[in-house]
Design a protein around this ligand. Structure first.
Ligand code: BG6
Length: 310
């Protein structure tokens, strides 16, 4: 079945993915940005800013952003790299992955242009496969070095998750799986600390890069009675970000109150940049699944979420 490409009012061509269970996702060709992921009850699971600016070259504030070839300002390029501000194409030849042949998967590709080469002098092909299945959204990013010399890059899938009011004094939005890990605190000139808390809870601005994390992280939201489980491969680090009230007001494309209903937990490769020799390909993978707490009692027990029942 052909892919469903639509042009919505904002003018951005997008691919709508659906699966038989009723969940859906929307992926823009601009930035290969996933801008919507809805479960079978049509509830939106990703956050989108109320003041999002649908106008290139502004990156879209919400959904899932691809940060390449640089995460944040960890380098000389523009913040989070340029891939999020480029028009990608449908990738008809995603080899060695099998071609996407149904409405629940799309393959996108971005190749370096002469303009990009002036800023970042390395020829590459960046691919992203986005697939939905019952209760899960999978992203497979790949980078191929098509140049004749090696290059390095940092990378992130910047996930804006929709959560219940995180600023509420009794909020029980918390992140499990990062305890005891070292992190760089971007609010403290990237000094290195060790996480002391049993779980990460939120009372103010947070901007941290957790290093060498487990492959599974749980974002637990008692109020919404649901848990996001983030599973990742090839992306050893995890960024946790919430701008809180003051920084939210300073961001032109972010509603003053928006910080209350979002939390970014990103899959990333930052501490050790990826090195690619000519013709080599790097592959990462992230799977986000959403477990309702009414689905099976005990699912919100963080140990069970992270390590299973056995
Ligand atoms: C996070 C970074 O990943 O993205 C923060 O850790 C940054 O430092 C945030 O502020 C948003 O970045 P941007 O460029 O989309 O405003």
């Amino acid at each position: 079945m052909p892919l469903n490409i639509v042009h919505d009012a904002d003018g951005f061509p997008r691919v709508k993915l659906t699966e038989s269970g009723g969940s859906s996702a929307e992926v823009l060709l601009y930035g290969a940005q996933v801008v919507s992921w809805k479960n079978e009850r049509k509830e939106e699971l990703l956050f989108m800013s109320r003041k999002v600016i649908w106008k290139p070259p502004k990156a879209i504030r919400g959904g899932i952003t691809v940060c390449f070839p640089q995460f944040g300002n960890f380098g000389a390029l523009e913040q989070h790299g340029f891939a999020r501000n480029r028009l990608w194409s449908l990738d008809s030849c995603p080899s060695p992955l099998p071609p996407a042949n149904n409405q629940s998967t799309v393959d996108l590709i971005l190749k370096s242009t002469e303009e990009d080469l002036k800023m970042w002098p390395h020829r590459f092909e960046l691919r992203l496969r986005v697939s939905i299945g019952a209760g899960k959204l999978t992203l497979i990013p790949r980078v191929r070095n098509t140049d004749n010399k090696a290059f390095t890059f940092t990378f992130a899938l910047h996930n804006y998750l929709s959560v219940s009011d995180i600023s509420f004094i009794c909020s029980e939005v918390r992140v499990e799986g990062l305890e005891t890990l070292d992190y760089f605190d971007s609010l403290m000139q990237r000094k290195r600390f060790t996480e002391q808390a049993d779980a990460i809870t939120f009372e103010g601005e947070v901007d941290r890069v957790y290093l060498s994390t487990p492959t599974k992280i749980a974002i637990i939201d008692h109020e919404k009675k649901r848990t996001f489980v983030l599973r990742k491969e090839g992306l050893p680090d995890a960024v946790v970000w919430n701008p809180w009230d003051k920084k939210a007001k300073a961001l032109p494309d972010f509603g003053d109150e928006d910080y209350k209903t979002m939390l970014c937990v990103d899959s990333a490769a930052i501490e050790n940049p990826v090195v690619l020799k000519p013709l080599e390909e790097w592959k990462g993978q992230q799977e986000l699944s959403n477990v309702s707490s009414s689905y099976c009692s005990g699912q919100l027990d963080p140990l069970k979420v992270l390590y299973g029942f056995s």
